[in-house]
Write a protein that binds this ligand. Structure first.
Ligand code: FES
Length: 74
């Protein structure tokens, strides 16, 4: 499903960029160009970002990275 019609960006393309490390709207703008023209897609793109970050946080690799950061800070 297209999220950004102006740039032809799909929801799956957004999710892939987020799994590759984009964790802010500015990252998605820089990598894909989402919301750079009319801006109508910004709200939906943000929803996809937030949902995907939550899903990503439930992955075992991400949890183990968090554990490493806690060990470093302690
Ligand atoms: S729909 Fe994304 S900038 Fe227009």
């Amino acid at each position: 499903m297209y999220v950004c019609v102006c740039k032809g960006i799909t929801e799956s393309a957004l999710r892939e960029a987020i799994y590759q490390g984009a964790d802010r709207m500015r990252d998605l703008k820089a990598t894909l160009g989402v919301a750079e023209q009319c801006g109508i897609c910004a709200c939906h793109a943000k929803q996809v970002l937030d949902q995907t970050l939550v899903q990503k946080s439930k992955l075992p690799d991400f949890i183990s990275q968090s554990a490493c950061m806690c060990e470093t800070a302690a």
